[in-house]
Design a protein around this ligand. Structure first.
Ligand SMILES: [Cu+2]
Length: 123
């Protein structure tokens, strides 16, 4: 009996590992809303970024509104190295980060310790 249980647990564990490494992990993508030649999108910061991929329109001034709901100090800064931005995110406060959309491309952002990441895609 014990052998069967060990076998089942073993198979379940292998299945989990395969799923973890090879399964498709969906990335939440959000598209900014454009109103009066300005685009805005809200990003929740809680154990990561949601959405963690943001699509912006090229040439339209953009603002990302970050709200940190996570108490961990890990996420208390957001860094856009391509734009020279290092913005503090006080907990439960919405913080606006303006993004220069003049050049199409992909730009990543990260937490202050470079552990959590997100991406801005300017099309
Ligand atoms: Cu961090």
């Amino acid at each position: 009996m014990t052998k069967i249980i060990v076998l089942i647990v073993g198979i379940a564990l292998i299945g989990f590992i395969i799923w973890w490494f090879f399964g498709k992990h969906e990335i939440a993508t959000g598209t900014a809303k454009v109103t009066n030649n300005h685009q805005d999108i809200d990003i929740e910061v809680k154990g990561g970024y949601s959405p963690e991929e943001v699509v912006l329109e090229h040439g339209v001034p953009a603002t990302l509104h970050f709200t940190r709901k996570d108490a961990s100090s890990c996420l208390d800064h957001v860094v856009f190295s391509d734009f020279g931005i290092n913005q503090a995110l006080p907990q439960d406060k919405q913080v606006a980060v303006n993004i220069d959309t003049s050049k199409p491309g992909e730009y990543t952002w990260a937490c202050g310790m470079d552990m959590f990441h997100g991406k801005v895609i300017i099309k």
